[in-house]
Design a protein around this ligand. Sequence first.
Ligand SMILES: [Zn+2]
Length: 284
Amino acid sequence: MLPDKKTLALLKAVYANENAKYNLAEDRLEHLVPDAVTRADLDLLTARGLAPNNFETFEHDSSLERLLALKHAKKLTLDFAASLFLKGLAGEIPRARQTLLSFLYLKHLSAHQFTGDDSCTICGLPLKETEDKTHTLYTYYLGHSWNESLLNCLIELEEIIQYDKPAITNADRTKLAQLLNFIEQADADETPGKLEKRIAAAKLLEQTDKYKRYGILQTLAECGILPNELVAPKYDTFTTHAQWLAAGEKLTTSHRSDIVLPLGGWKGKLGVNRKRAEEIFDGI
Ligand SMILES: [Zn+2]
């Protein structure tokens, strides 16, 4: 599920330095392959489906169709996505962190016509966008996860669905229990930013930095495990992209948070929804 060390090192050589040039004719940002990456290295990446600058142009209607097809894929269940999340949380497979968020995005998504200008006010997908799929996957190999880059959910799901559900150990379950207990110790006025700092100081989450910890906490918020009062979590219901953006406007005034919803709306006094955590993770 994770590329081997050599593959990851090659991807890092291409993508970590952000050495890129804009290709005007194609209207896209292309990463420059450094001299240290040889022809043989590139062949290796290509053989693994990870050639640099692996561009694909996505259009709203066909992307939505592919997402809806994935929604009905037998393998893509809550159990599959939640198991992956536990492996990502434990730090064993950082790549596995995104899938639960992507699954929740699909949970209540349904067929519709594109509405809006550049991106759809209903589902948030762009009307048309060209993405370097290898770059997108590289960010997930590093252990990031986001509830914003919705097109990227398609790219990552089409990859992760090729893998089997990982076997979950007691150590994986304990890590989640530890994290939830730790979150519950928050003061009533603790913000998500302060929570992240507290987790960092306690060295509770392996293989993370500030933004990767936000991704993990954001996932718990989209599950409804970290509650908020501004927007329904994706686990519960579908919120249009326009409604999500409008709810986010309230954050800057009432919460002074630069963390997006639903995590941005959490406060220590809202605690942890234990019932929801049991619903999703018990039995895994
Ligand atoms: Zn849409």
